[in-house]
Design a protein around this ligand. Structure first.
Ligand SMILES: Cc1cc2nc3c(=O)[nH]c(=O)nc-3n(C[C@H](O)[C@H](O)[C@H](O)COP(=O)(O)O)c2cc1C
Length: 203
């Protein structure tokens, strides 16, 4: 048809074009809630991480938990997942698998162990939790850590050096000076205060 139309000089009617879209426009401002990663390490208080999750949700944030492999033995995974609505991440996903959590707007490491703090400061990345923490410096995601250590662990010179290095990286470190391994009194909500998570969307 195109060939004969050209020969005769006749131009066929233009193909109908799609009418302008009347679908609703994308909202100019995203309705997504801000998203907090709670990185949980293998300290005795880890089983109470629900306190922090609930406090963050009460302040209008969605929460996803990243646990070190050792921390998985300290928490009630089913209860945490029911509370957050997201799977706990502990291992790297396989290439091609979807990302289980949205990107974080802030990260709270609570409780933060001697082991993970020292490895994070040294740039080690042999757990998913450490990988996320090491990258947070480069991506500029605000990060706070609540150390949970015995007095004997805190006396090790490497620990002081690690805290200095983390502070230089901009990590906001909790103020707990006493032995945080003693049950009770762990100041979970200090992580939210350090991150200025005060109300809906952190405003
Ligand atoms: C019952 C129990 C309680 C522990 N509490 C602490 C603690 O409060 N702080 C700490 O730094 N390590 C604590 N540890 C030792 C850590 O679990 C251990 O160093 C582990 O390798 C930390 O791994 P992660 O940093 O990858 O989570 C505890 C171990 C056990 C078995």
């Amino acid at each position: 048809m195109g060939e004969s139309a050209t020969r005769s000089g006749y131009l066929p009617p233009a193909a109908p074009t799609a009418p302008p879209s009347i679908l609703p426009l994308e909202p100019l401002v995203s309705q997504r809630k801000s998203f907090l990663y709670v990185v949980v390490c293998a300290a005795g208080v880890a089983g109470d991480v629900g306190t922090l999750i609930t406090a963050a949700q009460d302040r209008g944030w969605d929460v996803g938990v990243v646990a070190t492999p050792h921390a998985m033995g300290f928490i009630d995974a089913a209860a945490v997942e029911a509370r957050t609505g997201y799977p706990i991440r502990s291992a790297w996903r396989r290439p091609g698998d979807p990302r289980p959590l949205p990107d974080p707007d802030a990260i709270a490491v609570a409780p933060a162990t001697f082991n993970t703090l020292n490895k994070w400061a040294a740039g080690m990345s042999d757990t998913l939790a450490l990988g996320i923490l090491c990258e947070a410096y480069g991506t500029g995601v605000p990060t706070a850590a609540l150390p949970c250590l015995s007095t004997a662990q805190a006396a090790h010179p490497a620990y002081r050096r690690s805290l200095d290095a983390l502070r230089e990286m901009g990590v906001r470190i909790g103020t707990g000076e006493r032995d945080q391994t003693v049950s009770g009194g762990f100041r979970w909500e200090e992580a939210l205060d350090l991150l200025d998570i005060g109300s809906v969307h952190g405003s």
